[in-house]
Design a protein around this ligand. Structure first.
Ligand SMILES: C[S@@+](CC[C@H](N)C(=O)[O-])C[C@H]1O[C@@H](n2cnc3c(N)ncnc32)[C@H](O)[C@@H]1O
Length: 234
């Protein structure tokens, strides 16, 4: 899924053979274990912060809605009745199985599709909202994913997002994020703990002035800085 060899936002790569071996292990571990441990690992962070953020941000969704990197479907209970259509995409089959189960219990009719965020199989301007939570840090090419989100959104559509991001530049936490970037990435199945997602949103043509910040209490410090909000496709 995620290529660890084409690694870090700071530009540092790993040796080819070691990276390939690590990649294989990560893929095996990811495909088998991550779907099983994902919800329990997040439990405390969900309980303290994330469930409330999901309720708020996902509650803004209306009309035709696409969620990318939907994982095990933790956002599904928060979609309200004002939706005309809900499409949930996820590339990882084992995550998708759990997603399917939650989608059946959704308050709104939901379709689950296998798709990468970088290659969305939808026409231009097909959705009023695109939802992405905790996934831009993991997709292999977040800039391409955001371009795709922009493409499938109508003009004036909104990207509703919650992402953990790089800490303030020069802070002690940012230095720890840099030090722990690689082991965290192997442990957390490709997640980049120090991604500057707000910059990527700006570069992809989203208006981010109303973005809010939060701390993801209950989770390791390197993934605590959160940003969330509704970024307008301009
Ligand atoms: C940390 S999980 C977040 C899941 C869910 N959005 C949530 O909020 O709990 C990251 C998700 O992104 C998915 N993912 C990884 N690479 C992706 C890609 N290229 N396109 C779309 N989703 C991807 C993973 O399979 C995983 O389900």
């Amino acid at each position: 899924m995620t290529d660890l060899a084409s690694d870090s936002p700071s530009g540092a790569g790993t040796d080819g053979a070691a990276a390939a071996e690590l990649n294989g292990l990560v893929k095996l571990y990811g495909a088998r274990c991550v779907p099983l441990v994902y919800d329990p690992f997040l439990w405390l962070g969900e309980h303290r912060v994330m469930a409330d953020l999901r309720r708020e941000v996902v509650g803004w969704a209306g009309g035709r809605v696409l969620e990318v990197g939907a994982g095990t479907g933790l956002n599904i209970p928060h979609y309200g009745e004002g939706l005309r259509e809900l499409v949930l995409t996820e590339p990882e089959p084992a995550m998708s199985q759990r997603l399917q189960r939650r989608a059946k219990a959704a308050q709104v009719p939901a379709r689950v599709l296998t798709a990468f965020a970088e290659h969305l199989p939808f026409d231009d301007s097909s959705f009023d909202n695109v939802v992405v939570t905790l996934a831009l840090c993991t997709v292999a090419d977040p800039a391409a994913a955001l371009q795709q989100a922009r493409r499938v959104l109508v003009d004036g559509g909104r990207l509703l997002f919650i992402e953990h991001v790089r800490a303030d530049k020069g802070s002690a936490l940012e230095r720890w994020q840099r030090r722990l970037h690689r082991p965290w990435r192997a442990f957390a199945y490709g997640c980049r703990c120090n991604q500057d997602t707000l910059r990527l949103l700006d570069e992809a043509g989203f208006e981010t002035s109303g973005i809010r910040q939060e701390r993801w209490r209950g989770m390791p410090p390197i993934v605590r800085p959160l940003v969330y909000g509704a970024a307008l496709a301009v």
